[in-house]
Design a protein around this ligand. Structure first.
Ligand SMILES: NC(=O)c1ccc[n+]([C@@H]2O[C@H](COP(=O)([O-])OP(=O)(O)OC[C@H]3O[C@@H](n4cnc5c(N)ncnc54)[C@H](OP(=O)(O)O)[C@@H]3O)[C@@H](O)[C@H]2O)c1
Length: 291
């Protein structure tokens, strides 16, 4: 049986893998988060993998607090760059195929058409820079498949969808930025496509595989459009008011346009990608029916 280790498993994406694993018979999953396995400590990783040999390592651990990262760059770099280097080295040593995730925030947002894998990253924030450093570390090691994704949400953990639902119940009007464009992505869809990669390629992928591909749900919108759809799907009446980025000062600078071109992964796996509104509908249903 092919064994798969998921690190950072108690976050949004990790939890989606956990849920999905319940339906999978041909892969055996091990789930860890920082308390069981701290990916910044090489010795800990080494010993863990000695005890639990695996064929794949899916790294969902990351420092994802975009604004807070501006005040704690050391912590962001430790997890998003240094730890990724450690993971890459260990995976080479132990012949493990690493799957790692990165972000649309590696781009500066000046392009006005969806970013492809060959467009040059130019991150604007500490978070984006730290994630880009993680990508560079794997590129130097020539190991790891990096899946860049964007605007991730899930019924697990904290995210924009849950924040808007909470605010919409508390307030009559919410002001949301209308001049940043991206593609909301349901973490459940990302987990599913990642498993598809493992399934389709488990016999051909080896530790020498390095590459970047983009995965986000289909279509694009502003945060304002995203919020409107969340409120509509939840059947709430709250007014959503569009505002400019300048009216909502945040610590980190975000790209104005960070839509990812997903042609490569579609052709590679022969898949259709769900439209963002369809996936959002499923996730909202889940959240509203959570016990
Ligand atoms: N969220 C987004 O909008 C977004 C957008 C684009 C790309 N991505 C990328 O997608 C991936 C998954 O993101 P996500 O939203 O699922 O992240 P998340 O919810 O923040 O989960 C990250 C997990 O990693 C854990 N962790 C922290 N330090 C660790 C350590 N030293 N060792 C092991 N685990 C550790 C965290 O634990 P604690 O909670 O205890 O710290 C948390 O459970 C990341 O690579 C992220 O950069 C996310």
């Amino acid at each position: 049986m092919t064994r798969v280790l998921v690190t950072g498993a108690y976050g949004q994406l990790g939890n989606e893998f956990k849920r999905l694993s319940g339906t999978i018979r041909d892969l055996e999953f091990i789930f860890t988060d920082v308390n069981e396995l701290n990916i910044t400590i090489e010795d800990e990783l080494d010993k863990f993998l000695e005890k639990h040999p695996v064929r794949f390592l899916i790294n969902c651990a990351a420092y994802t607090a975009v604004d807070r990262a501006e005040d704690e760059p050391d912590v962001a770099y430790l997890l998003n760059a240094d730890a990724v280097n450690i993971l890459g080295r260990i995976c080479i040593k132990k012949n493990i195929q690493l799957i790692h995730f990165s972000t649309d925030f590696v781009f500066d947002g000046t392009l006005r058409k969806p970013y492809t894998e060959t467009d040059v990253p130019k991150p604007l924030s500490v978070y984006g820079k730290s994630k880009h450093s993680g990508e560079i570390n794997l590129k130097k090691l020539k190991t790891g498949i990096i899946i860049r994704t964007s605007w991730l949400y899930s019924s697990f953990g904290n995210n924009f969808v849950k924040t808007i639902l909470r605010l919409a119940r508390e307030k009559e009007e919410i002001r949301v930025v209308d001049d940043q464009i991206g593609s909301p992505t349901w973490a459940a869809d990302l987990a599913e496509v990642t498993v598809k990669i493992l399934r389709q390629h488990k016999d051909t992928l080896n530790q020498l595989n390095w590459g970047v591909c983009h995965y986000s749900n289909d279509g694009e919108c502003s945060w304002y459009n995203f919020a409107e759809e969340i409120v509509r799907l939840a059947g709430l009446k709250t007014r959503i008011k569009p505002i400019g980025t300048s009216e909502y000062p945040a610590k980190a600078i975000r790209p104005q346009y960070s839509v990812l071109n997903t042609s490569l992964i579609k052709n590679w796996l022969g898949i259709e990608i769900p439209k963002w509104k369809d996936s959002l509908k499923k996730c909202i249903y889940e959240i509203l029916n959570q016990k």
